[in-house]
Design a protein around this ligand. Structure first.
Ligand code: RFL
Ligand code: PHB
Length: 393
């Protein structure tokens, strides 16, 4: 089979790229390892930058987001005895939105079905070939067990951290940076109205805690735990008790509810370059991972894809390779900014090291709430840089 763009991976990066290319009249084929149901039910990120929300709206994907999403002016920073609000709208002129990645993915999958373009789910043995030539291809076994080969003009590797696309960039030219953090997050979803109007990031001697949410009736919470934490050791009572301790504040109470999902998430930073090899382009988690403390992973994938959609459209429709040639360097600027911000939030808020480290962390937190310039730096990074031009511009 032939197509213009073969997209490996139908997570948010792959699905959004397919949608933005479709808007420019460029057909694509999606090749995904998991089932559509699995992709639609994965619980991951929860915060969208306002630039991401604008892009989704302009792409015709804003209806449910506007109906069900929750706009937040900022976040709370907390440490024992103190909770302070940072107002991003005042500090940086931008808000953020609570709208789960699960919902973004469902909206994108519905748009893909409406576009009536090809998507192979449950694909196995996916491999990218001949990235260095004008005729790259992707081979895989489809769900019926038949061998397939998609010959394309461009291959987009949107297949996440574990996907095969980056292996098509020869080891000799690849450069990888990685940091594994000595802690993990235990995340839960619970049927309970949030106890706060906006997210609370809490430093505590027992470890970091985050109060997030998915709607007016569903709470999302995280606790810092050991990387090898055995989830079986965490009863619902133990989780609520730890959350109540870490968020404790005079005059405030944490409401509890039925826990519907529980998992332990590793924390790592990872960047691999180049993000382009010939006719293969990497986007999203395939090229970089950030720890979730800065709420950047999904937004960074969206920014890559906006840029890439435009580069591919210029290349295929106008034979103009300038944006494609600049893709790696332009994308990496933002990647490293978000990698730094996510590392900084992570190391400031999680318990690690000794009491000296703890005092430095508390000093940094006090500085942010006391100094408008320090608060503005956090607000601008969290609320996000402008999203690059896409096929919609
Ligand atoms: P995804 O979402 O990982 O999608 C990649 C897709 O590629 C598929 N794939 C393959 N397809 C074909 N052949 C193969 N061999 C393949 N191997 C993999 C996968 O099945 C998948 O469908 O990457 P994408 O699209 O770049 O999107 C990035 C975001 O998903 C990611 O940055 C965030 O979700 C990161 N992240 C979080 N970010 C936050 O900002 N806040 C969070 O709370 C948060 N929680 C999380 C997360 C990532 C997690 N992962 C990846 C373990 C929680 C988890 C569990
Ligand atoms: C989430 O709601 O899942 C979430 C929110 C903010 C973060 C990380 C995760 O920094």
């Amino acid at each position: 089979m032939r197509c213009r763009v073969a997209i490996v991976g139908a997570g948010p990066a792959g699905l959004l790229l397919a949608h933005l290319l479709d808007a420019a009249g460029i057909e694509s084929v999606l090749i995904e390892r998991q089932s559509a149901e699995h992709v639609a039910s994965r619980i991951r990120a929860g915060i969208l930058e306002s630039g991401t929300v604008d892009l989704l709206r302009r792409a015709g994907l804003g209806d449910r987001l506007d109906e069900e999403g929750m706009e937040h002016r900022g976040i709370y920073l907390q440490w024992p005895g103190e909770r302070h609000h940072l107002d991003f709208v005042n500090l940086a002129g931008r808000s953020v939105w609570v709208y789960g990645q699960t919902e973004v993915t469902k909206d994108l999958m519905a748009a893909r079905r409406r576009a009536e373009q090809a998507a192979y789910y449950n694909a196995s043995d996916v491999e990218v070939h001949d990235a260095d030539t004008e005729r790259p291809s992707v081979t895989f076994i489809d769900e019926a067990g038949d061998a397939q080969r998609i010959k394309a003009e461009i291959v987009a590797g949107c297949d996440g951290y574990h996907g095969p696309s980056k292996q098509a960039v020869p080891q000799a030219v690849r450069h990888t940076w990685e940091r594994n953090y000595p802690f993990a997050w235990l995340g839960i979803l619970a049927d309970v109205a949030p106890s706060s109007n906006e997210l609370i990031y809490a430093w505590h001697p027992d470890g970091f805690a985050l109060h997030s949410m998915r709607s007016h009736s569903v709470g999302r919470f995280y606790l810092q735990v050991a990387p090898d934490e055995d989830i079986a050791e965490w009863s619902d009572d133990r989780i609520w008790h730890n959350l109540a301790t870490r968020f404790a504040l005079d005059g405030w109470k944490l409401d509890t509810g039925t826990i519907t999902e529980k998992s332990v998430l590793p924390m790592r930073s990872f960047v691999t370059t180049p993000m382009r090899r010939g006719r293969l382009f990497l986007a999203g988690d395939a090229a970089h991972i950030v720890p979730p403390t800065g709420a950047k992973g999904l937004n960074l994938a969206v920014a890559d894809v906006a840029l890439l959609s435009r580069a591919i459209a210029d290349l295929l429709l106008r034979k103009d390779s300038r944006a494609a040639d600049a893709y790696c360097e332009t994308a990496l600027n933002r990647v490293w900014r978000c990698t730094h911000f996510s590392w900084w939030m992570t190391t400031m808020l999680h318990r690690h090291g000794d009491d000296f480290d703890a005092e430095l962390q508390l000093s940094q937190l006090r500085r942010i709430v006391d100094s408008p310039s320090a608060a503005t730096e956090l607000a601008q990074n969290y609320a996000g840089l402008p999203i690059p031009l896409s096929t919609l511009d």
